[in-house]
Design a protein around this ligand. Structure first.
Ligand code: NAP
Length: 294
Protein backbone atom coordinates (compact mmCIF):
# COMPACT_ATOMS: atom_id res chain seq x y z
CA UNK A 1 0.00 0.00 0.00
CA UNK A 2 1.14 3.55 -0.64
CA UNK A 3 -0.67 6.11 1.44
CA UNK A 4 -2.45 9.04 -0.18
CA UNK A 5 -0.96 12.39 0.71
CA UNK A 6 -2.96 14.83 2.79
CA UNK A 7 -2.12 18.11 1.08
CA UNK A 8 -2.27 20.58 3.97
CA UNK A 9 -0.89 23.37 1.83
CA UNK A 10 -3.74 23.10 -0.67
CA UNK A 11 -6.41 22.66 2.00
CA UNK A 12 -5.03 25.63 3.96
CA UNK A 13 -5.08 27.83 0.87
CA UNK A 14 -8.74 26.88 0.30
CA UNK A 15 -9.52 27.91 3.89
CA UNK A 16 -7.60 31.17 3.46
CA UNK A 17 -9.65 31.93 0.35
CA UNK A 18 -12.85 31.27 2.37
CA UNK A 19 -11.51 33.57 5.10
CA UNK A 20 -10.88 36.31 2.51
CA UNK A 21 -14.53 36.08 1.38
CA UNK A 22 -15.73 36.37 4.99
CA UNK A 23 -13.36 39.28 5.65
CA UNK A 24 -14.67 41.13 2.57
CA UNK A 25 -18.26 40.52 3.69
CA UNK A 26 -17.46 41.94 7.15
CA UNK A 27 -15.70 44.94 5.60
CA UNK A 28 -18.80 45.67 3.49
CA UNK A 29 -20.75 45.85 6.74
CA UNK A 30 -18.17 48.28 8.17
CA UNK A 31 -15.89 45.93 10.16
CA UNK A 32 -12.40 45.21 8.88
CA UNK A 33 -11.21 42.26 10.98
CA UNK A 34 -7.96 42.92 12.84
CA UNK A 35 -5.33 40.63 14.37
CA UNK A 36 -2.49 41.82 16.61
CA UNK A 37 0.41 39.35 16.63
CA UNK A 38 2.60 40.57 19.48
CA UNK A 39 6.26 39.68 19.14
CA UNK A 40 8.72 40.41 21.94
CA UNK A 41 12.45 40.16 21.23
CA UNK A 42 14.44 38.77 18.33
CA UNK A 43 14.00 35.00 18.37
CA UNK A 44 14.53 34.11 14.68
CA UNK A 45 11.90 31.35 14.54
CA UNK A 46 9.30 33.58 16.23
CA UNK A 47 10.08 36.38 13.78
CA UNK A 48 9.47 34.02 10.85
CA UNK A 49 6.17 32.77 12.34
CA UNK A 50 4.90 36.30 13.01
CA UNK A 51 5.90 37.46 9.52
CA UNK A 52 4.02 34.50 8.00
CA UNK A 53 0.93 35.26 10.09
CA UNK A 54 1.02 38.96 9.14
CA UNK A 55 1.41 38.17 5.44
CA UNK A 56 -1.44 35.66 5.56
CA UNK A 57 -3.64 38.30 7.25
CA UNK A 58 -2.84 40.92 4.65
CA UNK A 59 -3.61 38.51 1.81
CA UNK A 60 -6.97 37.69 3.40
CA UNK A 61 -7.94 41.34 4.01
CA UNK A 62 -7.31 41.27 7.77
CA UNK A 63 -5.72 44.32 9.40
CA UNK A 64 -2.44 43.20 11.05
CA UNK A 65 -0.42 46.09 12.48
CA UNK A 66 3.24 45.75 13.42
CA UNK A 67 3.55 44.73 17.09
CA UNK A 68 7.26 44.16 17.58
CA UNK A 69 8.49 45.04 21.07
CA UNK A 70 12.14 45.03 22.24
CA UNK A 71 13.57 42.03 24.13
CA UNK A 72 13.96 44.12 27.31
CA UNK A 73 10.22 44.93 27.48
CA UNK A 74 9.08 44.63 31.09
CA UNK A 75 6.14 42.55 32.28
CA UNK A 76 4.27 45.77 33.17
CA UNK A 77 4.92 47.36 29.75
CA UNK A 78 3.74 44.22 27.94
CA UNK A 79 0.59 44.03 30.06
CA UNK A 80 -0.10 47.69 29.33
CA UNK A 81 0.27 47.02 25.57
CA UNK A 82 -2.14 44.09 25.83
CA UNK A 83 -4.63 46.19 27.76
CA UNK A 84 -4.50 48.78 24.96
CA UNK A 85 -5.18 46.06 22.40
CA UNK A 86 -8.00 44.66 24.56
CA UNK A 87 -9.68 48.05 24.28
CA UNK A 88 -8.82 48.78 20.63
CA UNK A 89 -11.94 48.40 18.45
CA UNK A 90 -9.82 47.76 15.32
CA UNK A 91 -8.36 44.63 16.93
CA UNK A 92 -10.57 41.53 17.17
CA UNK A 93 -7.85 38.94 17.82
CA UNK A 94 -4.71 39.11 19.93
CA UNK A 95 -1.95 36.55 19.98
CA UNK A 96 1.28 36.69 21.90
CA UNK A 97 4.00 34.78 20.09
CA UNK A 98 5.63 32.23 22.41
CA UNK A 99 8.17 31.68 23.81
CA UNK A 100 8.53 35.07 25.49
CA UNK A 101 12.05 36.15 26.47
CA UNK A 102 12.97 35.65 30.09
CA UNK A 103 12.03 36.81 32.70
CA UNK A 104 8.56 37.54 31.25
CA UNK A 105 5.84 35.41 32.82
CA UNK A 106 3.93 33.76 29.98
CA UNK A 107 1.05 32.45 32.06
CA UNK A 108 0.28 35.86 33.51
CA UNK A 109 0.45 37.44 30.05
CA UNK A 110 -1.95 34.84 28.66
CA UNK A 111 -4.42 35.68 31.42
CA UNK A 112 -4.40 39.35 30.42
CA UNK A 113 -5.66 38.78 26.88
CA UNK A 114 -9.43 39.31 26.85
CA UNK A 115 -11.00 35.87 26.27
CA UNK A 116 -13.20 37.37 23.50
CA UNK A 117 -9.99 38.30 21.63
CA UNK A 118 -7.96 35.18 22.51
CA UNK A 119 -7.88 33.67 19.01
CA UNK A 120 -5.09 31.25 20.00
CA UNK A 121 -7.51 29.66 22.47
CA UNK A 122 -4.91 29.53 25.27
CA UNK A 123 -6.77 31.59 27.92
CA UNK A 124 -8.11 29.29 30.69
CA UNK A 125 -11.64 30.57 29.98
CA UNK A 126 -11.39 29.33 26.39
CA UNK A 127 -9.72 26.08 27.43
CA UNK A 128 -12.56 25.48 29.90
CA UNK A 129 -15.23 26.33 27.35
CA UNK A 130 -13.58 24.08 24.76
CA UNK A 131 -13.37 21.17 27.22
CA UNK A 132 -17.00 21.58 28.19
CA UNK A 133 -17.94 21.21 24.53
CA UNK A 134 -19.01 24.80 23.82
CA UNK A 135 -18.94 24.99 20.00
CA UNK A 136 -18.41 28.77 20.19
CA UNK A 137 -15.16 28.54 22.17
CA UNK A 138 -11.96 29.51 20.38
CA UNK A 139 -10.16 26.26 19.76
CA UNK A 140 -6.37 26.23 19.48
CA UNK A 141 -5.29 26.44 15.86
CA UNK A 142 -3.18 23.29 15.42
CA UNK A 143 -5.71 20.82 16.92
CA UNK A 144 -8.56 22.54 15.06
CA UNK A 145 -6.48 22.29 11.89
CA UNK A 146 -6.03 18.55 12.39
CA UNK A 147 -9.79 18.04 12.72
CA UNK A 148 -10.30 20.17 9.61
CA UNK A 149 -7.81 18.05 7.62
CA UNK A 150 -9.80 14.91 8.52
CA UNK A 151 -12.99 16.66 7.44
CA UNK A 152 -11.57 17.76 4.11
CA UNK A 153 -10.35 14.25 3.24
CA UNK A 154 -13.72 12.91 4.40
CA UNK A 155 -12.38 10.69 7.20
CA UNK A 156 -14.93 10.91 10.01
CA UNK A 157 -13.37 10.07 13.42
CA UNK A 158 -16.78 8.94 14.72
CA UNK A 159 -16.55 5.44 16.20
CA UNK A 160 -12.89 5.10 15.29
CA UNK A 161 -9.97 4.66 17.64
CA UNK A 162 -7.77 7.74 17.59
CA UNK A 163 -4.33 7.40 19.16
CA UNK A 164 -2.61 10.66 20.04
CA UNK A 165 1.10 10.56 20.90
CA UNK A 166 2.13 13.62 22.95
CA UNK A 167 0.12 15.44 25.62
CA UNK A 168 1.21 19.09 25.32
CA UNK A 169 -1.32 21.79 26.11
CA UNK A 170 -1.08 23.22 22.60
CA UNK A 171 -1.42 20.04 20.50
CA UNK A 172 -1.81 16.57 22.01
CA UNK A 173 -4.18 17.24 24.89
CA UNK A 174 -6.58 19.57 23.05
CA UNK A 175 -6.74 17.38 19.93
CA UNK A 176 -7.54 14.34 22.11
CA UNK A 177 -10.23 16.42 23.79
CA UNK A 178 -11.74 17.78 20.58
CA UNK A 179 -11.91 14.42 18.81
CA UNK A 180 -13.52 12.65 21.79
CA UNK A 181 -16.35 15.19 22.12
CA UNK A 182 -19.97 14.48 21.31
CA UNK A 183 -19.82 16.70 18.25
CA UNK A 184 -19.80 16.28 14.47
CA UNK A 185 -16.40 15.20 13.10
CA UNK A 186 -15.44 13.90 16.56
CA UNK A 187 -17.07 11.10 18.64
CA UNK A 188 -13.89 9.04 18.54
CA UNK A 189 -12.54 6.68 21.16
CA UNK A 190 -9.27 8.36 22.08
CA UNK A 191 -6.07 7.10 23.66
CA UNK A 192 -3.52 9.70 24.76
CA UNK A 193 0.04 8.35 24.92
CA UNK A 194 3.19 10.08 26.19
CA UNK A 195 6.76 9.53 27.35
CA UNK A 196 5.68 7.27 30.23
CA UNK A 197 3.67 4.97 27.96
CA UNK A 198 5.58 1.68 28.28
CA UNK A 199 5.13 0.35 24.73
CA UNK A 200 4.31 3.13 22.30
CA UNK A 201 4.21 0.76 19.33
CA UNK A 202 1.59 -1.45 20.96
CA UNK A 203 -0.59 1.60 21.59
CA UNK A 204 0.13 3.09 18.17
CA UNK A 205 -1.10 -0.04 16.41
CA UNK A 206 -4.55 0.44 17.99
CA UNK A 207 -5.08 3.63 16.07
CA UNK A 208 -7.37 3.85 13.05
CA UNK A 209 -6.18 7.45 13.15
CA UNK A 210 -2.72 8.14 14.57
CA UNK A 211 -1.77 11.70 15.51
CA UNK A 212 1.86 12.24 16.47
CA UNK A 213 3.09 15.36 18.29
CA UNK A 214 6.18 14.44 20.29
CA UNK A 215 8.99 16.52 18.76
CA UNK A 216 11.26 13.53 18.03
CA UNK A 217 12.55 13.26 14.45
CA UNK A 218 11.20 10.22 12.56
CA UNK A 219 10.47 8.42 15.83
CA UNK A 220 7.36 6.56 14.70
CA UNK A 221 8.30 3.65 12.49
CA UNK A 222 6.12 1.45 10.27
CA UNK A 223 5.79 -1.32 12.88
CA UNK A 224 4.11 1.18 15.27
CA UNK A 225 1.30 1.91 12.82
CA UNK A 226 -1.84 -0.09 12.10
CA UNK A 227 -2.02 -1.08 8.42
CA UNK A 228 -4.46 1.26 6.69
CA UNK A 229 -4.31 3.94 9.42
CA UNK A 230 -4.64 7.65 8.74
CA UNK A 231 -1.42 9.25 10.01
CA UNK A 232 -1.22 12.90 11.01
CA UNK A 233 2.33 14.03 11.71
CA UNK A 234 2.47 17.28 13.68
CA UNK A 235 6.21 17.23 14.37
CA UNK A 236 8.58 19.75 12.84
CA UNK A 237 12.21 18.88 13.51
CA UNK A 238 15.45 20.16 12.01
CA UNK A 239 17.98 17.46 11.15
CA UNK A 240 21.48 18.11 9.81
CA UNK A 241 21.84 17.53 6.10
CA UNK A 242 25.08 18.70 4.50
CA UNK A 243 23.57 17.95 1.07
CA UNK A 244 21.19 20.90 1.38
CA UNK A 245 22.04 24.57 0.95
CA UNK A 246 20.98 25.44 4.50
CA UNK A 247 22.77 22.43 6.01
CA UNK A 248 19.56 21.02 7.46
CA UNK A 249 16.14 19.79 6.45
CA UNK A 250 12.79 19.52 8.19
CA UNK A 251 11.34 16.15 9.13
CA UNK A 252 8.30 15.12 11.11
CA UNK A 253 7.94 12.79 14.09
CA UNK A 254 7.03 9.98 11.69
CA UNK A 255 9.46 8.07 9.46
CA UNK A 256 7.58 9.19 6.38
CA UNK A 257 8.94 6.90 3.65
CA UNK A 258 8.49 3.72 5.68
CA UNK A 259 5.13 4.64 7.22
CA UNK A 260 3.60 5.67 3.92
CA UNK A 261 3.89 2.01 2.85
CA UNK A 262 1.47 0.91 5.61
CA UNK A 263 -0.84 3.91 6.10
CA UNK A 264 -3.86 4.80 3.96
CA UNK A 265 -3.40 8.58 4.30
CA UNK A 266 -0.43 10.58 5.61
CA UNK A 267 0.54 14.22 6.06
CA UNK A 268 3.91 15.28 4.67
CA UNK A 269 6.32 17.48 6.64
CA UNK A 270 6.49 20.24 5.61
CA UNK A 271 3.17 20.88 3.89
CA UNK A 272 0.80 18.91 6.13
CA UNK A 273 -0.37 20.23 9.49
CA UNK A 274 1.87 23.33 9.51
CA UNK A 275 -0.03 25.43 6.94
CA UNK A 276 -3.32 24.60 8.66
CA UNK A 277 -2.26 26.32 11.87
CA UNK A 278 -2.17 29.78 10.29
CA UNK A 279 -5.36 29.15 8.30
CA UNK A 280 -7.27 28.24 11.48
CA UNK A 281 -5.89 31.26 13.30
CA UNK A 282 -7.28 33.49 10.55
CA UNK A 283 -10.58 31.68 10.80
CA UNK A 284 -10.71 32.34 14.55
CA UNK A 285 -10.04 36.03 13.88
CA UNK A 286 -13.03 36.17 11.55
CA UNK A 287 -15.13 34.44 14.20
CA UNK A 288 -14.04 37.07 16.76
CA UNK A 289 -14.85 39.94 14.38
CA UNK A 290 -18.26 38.45 13.52
CA UNK A 291 -19.11 38.10 17.18
CA UNK A 292 -17.86 41.50 18.34
CA UNK A 293 -17.82 43.75 15.29
CA UNK A 294 -17.00 46.79 17.52
P1 NAP B 1 6.08 19.33 23.66
O1 NAP B 1 5.41 20.40 24.43
O2 NAP B 1 7.55 19.18 23.70
O3 NAP B 1 5.41 17.95 24.10
C1 NAP B 1 5.91 16.73 23.61
C2 NAP B 1 5.03 15.61 24.10
O4 NAP B 1 5.53 14.41 23.54
C3 NAP B 1 5.04 15.43 25.61
O5 NAP B 1 3.74 15.12 26.05
C4 NAP B 1 6.00 14.27 25.84
O6 NAP B 1 5.66 13.45 26.92
C5 NAP B 1 5.79 13.47 24.56
N1 NAP B 1 7.01 12.70 24.22
C6 NAP B 1 8.25 13.17 24.07
N2 NAP B 1 9.10 12.17 23.76
C7 NAP B 1 8.35 11.05 23.73
C8 NAP B 1 8.64 9.70 23.49
N3 NAP B 1 9.88 9.28 23.21
N4 NAP B 1 7.63 8.81 23.54
C9 NAP B 1 6.39 9.21 23.82
N5 NAP B 1 6.04 10.48 24.06
C10 NAP B 1 7.02 11.39 24.02
O7 NAP B 1 5.74 19.38 22.11
P2 NAP B 1 4.59 20.15 21.26
O8 NAP B 1 4.67 21.60 21.51
O9 NAP B 1 3.28 19.45 21.39
O10 NAP B 1 5.17 19.86 19.81
C11 NAP B 1 5.34 18.56 19.30
C12 NAP B 1 5.91 18.66 17.90
O11 NAP B 1 4.95 19.33 17.08
C13 NAP B 1 7.18 19.48 17.79
O12 NAP B 1 7.99 18.92 16.77
C14 NAP B 1 6.69 20.85 17.35
O13 NAP B 1 7.66 21.57 16.60
C15 NAP B 1 5.53 20.47 16.48
N6 NAP B 1 4.47 21.49 16.37
C16 NAP B 1 4.02 21.78 15.12
C17 NAP B 1 2.99 22.67 14.95
C18 NAP B 1 2.50 22.95 13.57
O14 NAP B 1 1.79 23.90 13.36
N7 NAP B 1 2.84 22.10 12.61
C19 NAP B 1 2.42 23.32 16.05
C20 NAP B 1 2.90 23.00 17.32
C21 NAP B 1 3.91 22.06 17.47
P3 NAP B 1 5.68 13.95 28.46
O15 NAP B 1 4.45 14.79 28.61
O16 NAP B 1 5.60 12.72 29.24
O17 NAP B 1 6.94 14.73 28.63
Amino acid sequence: MTARLIDGKKIASEIRAEVAVSAARLAERGTKPGLAAVLVGDDPASQVYVRMKKRACEEAGIYAPDMHLPADTTQEALIERIEQLNGDPRIHGILVQLPLPRPLDESEIMLRVRPEKDVDGFHPVNVGRMVSGDPDAFRPATPAGIQELLKRIDVDPQGRHVVVMGRSNIVGRPVAEILSQKQPWANATVTLAHSRTPDLGEVGRLGDILIVAIGRPEFVTADMVRPGAVVIDVGVNRVDDPETEKGYRLVGDVAFEAVRTVASWITPVPGGVGPMTIAMLLRNTIKAAERFPA
